[in-house]
Structure formats: C-alpha cells, structure tokens
Design a protein around this ligand. Structure first.
Ligand code: PXL
Length: 285
C-alpha cells in the first residue's frame, strides 16, 4: 500500500485541510499519515476562530518517525500556520524525500486577489521558496501572482497564464499547475507546464459559478492520491477536477447544505469508481 504524508492544519469544523485529506486519500486506498501544523476551531472564514500553533511539535514528531525509518511515497503540503513552518517543511523534504518521493505543494494562502487572515507578503515570499523545491505545485491565480510578484487580474488570457507558469518554473517548480483558470465564459480548470517535456497542458470543465471553501483541498487530495498510484498526471487532474465539480453540484442539490464546505462524503463512492476505472486502464495498458 502506498503511503502519503500530508502536512496541513486541523480545522476541527469546516471541511477543509486534514478533515478532507485524511478521509479522501484513505478512501482511495492509500495510507495517510498526518502532520498537523495548527489546530483551529474552524477554518478562517468563520469569525472568532481559535488557533493553536503547532510549530514546536513538527520537529519532535518527524524525528521520531526518522528513528522508526518511516518512508513516504509522497509528501503533500497544504495550509501551513506560520512562516517558520515553511522552513521546517523544506527540511522535512530534505530528510524524507528521495528521487521516488513526490513532493506536492499546495501553497494555500490566498484567493480572489486577497491573502487569507493571518498571512502577509513575507509569508508569500517564503512559500515561493517551498514551491521552488517541489515536484508539483498547484497555486490558484492569486497565489501564483503573490509568489511571482505579478499583478493579479480577474480578466486574463492564455498568455498571462503561460507567463505565470514560466515565472513559477523560474522559481524552481518542476511542474507548476495553476488552478481555477477560466479561459472560456462557462469553463474552469487547470493549466500546467511540464518543464521536462517543455509542454503546456490544460483541462477545462464546466464552471458552476459558486465557490466553496475546501474545494482546493479536495482537488489536491484527489490529485496526489491518484498520482501516487501511478495514474498519469493528466488523468489524475481530470479525475480530481471532475470529482470536485460533481461534489459542488451534489452540494448545491442538498437543501440542508452547510455554508462552510462541500458534501464530499456523499460523492466518495463515485471517486472510488473513477479511480478503479483509471487503474484498470493503466494496468491493462
Ligand atoms: O481550504 C483552505 C484552508 C485550509 N485551512 C484553513 C483555512 C483555509 C481556507 O480558508 O482557513 C485554516
């Protein structure tokens, strides 16, 4: 069985970060080891959330794992609570990742042109340093702009996205992939660059026109859960994008939906089915 280490916060209520990564990646048949960066009562879109920083716990925890000789097939990072944690995560990459370990970085810090509560420009600069040592980095447009010092635009064309990807690549990212890219009025998806083949790739599907917290975490969890099982990157992103879209649709159909997250629990069977289908195609190819 493959094993992923995910490093992000526990938002006790809110359906994001570890409360998405753990159930989703486990349901995909992959062991999920967690390293919590902070414990919050809720995610930061609620008012009056509590925040317990766990920076001082990270090193003792990973040192214990080191003494147990634990290895990971992938390390997936999401919301990190402090600037210092970014530096510790870089050190964890050095200690635990070899050429077979996928380093998947989701530089969660901003959306819609704005940083999330608690983050500043310096944090964005340090996150750029983490992306530099990643294999795959999946910022949204806001995060890509912040890390590359580019002006954020709501109206853009393909050239703008390509130049963001090139800037991310120049930072050091091997495969930068920008999420939430909408090049046609009713479409949204991912646009990436593979520095090995020097090729761009994109996958667009229907735009639903509502945004929910946690959908980025859902997308990243599914993508890394597929990739670690040797599903080709383009298929992995398609499965993740389709699953995220279908989950938003299912949530919209629920009259009792919570405002703070999506009903991913209801669509896990569909995810497992598309994963099985992709695996049978990979293995029979
Ligand atoms: O879904 C990203 C995320 C993760 N963790 C915390 C957040 C957010 C987004 O708002 O607040 C604590």
């Amino acid at each position: 069985m493959k094993r992923i280490l995910t490093i992000q916060d526990i938002s006790c209520l809110g359906k994001c970060s570890i409360t998405i990564a753990l159930p989703v990646i486990s349901a995909m048949g992959v062991e999920t080891v967690i390293l919590p960066t902070a414990v919050l009562s809720t995610h930061t879109m609620f008012k009056n959330f509590t925040f317990k920083d766990l920076t001082d716990q990270l090193e003792p925890i990973v040192n214990h794992w080191k003494s147990e000789n634990v290895k990971f097939d992938a390390i997936y990072t999401g919301y990190l609570g402090s600037a210092q944690e970014i530096e510790i995560v870089k050190h964890i990459f050095e200690e635990f990742a070899d050429e077979n370990t996928l380093k998947f970085v989701d530089p969660v810090m901003a959306d819609n042109g704005k940083l999330y509560a608690g983050f500043d420009e310096e944090y964005a600069r340090l996150n750029a340093g983490l992306c530099a040592v990643s294999d795959i980095v999946v910022p949204n447009i806001t995060e890509a702009c912040l890390m590359t010092g580019t002006e954020y635009r709501t109206e853009y064309d393909e050239e703008y996205i390509k130049s963001l990807l090139q800037k991310l690549h120049h930072l050091g990212a091997k495969k930068p992939v920008i999420t939430g890219v909408s090049l046609l009025p009713n479409k949204t998806g991912v646009y990436g660059y593979d520095s090995k083949t020097k090729e761009y790739f994109s996958y667009q599907n229907d735009k639903i026109g509502v945004s929910y917290h946690g959908t980025g975490d859902l997308f990243s969890s599914v993508s890394v859960g597929c990739m670690v099982q040797d599903i080709p990157i383009d298929v992995a992103f398609k499965i993740a994008a389709d699953y995220t879209r279908d989950t938003i649709k299912a949530t919209l159909n629920d009259p009792k939906k919570p405002w703070y997250g999506v009903n991913f629990e209801a669509t896990i069977p569909e995810l497992v089915e598309s994963l099985q289908m992709a695996k049978s195609q990979v293995y029979s190819a």
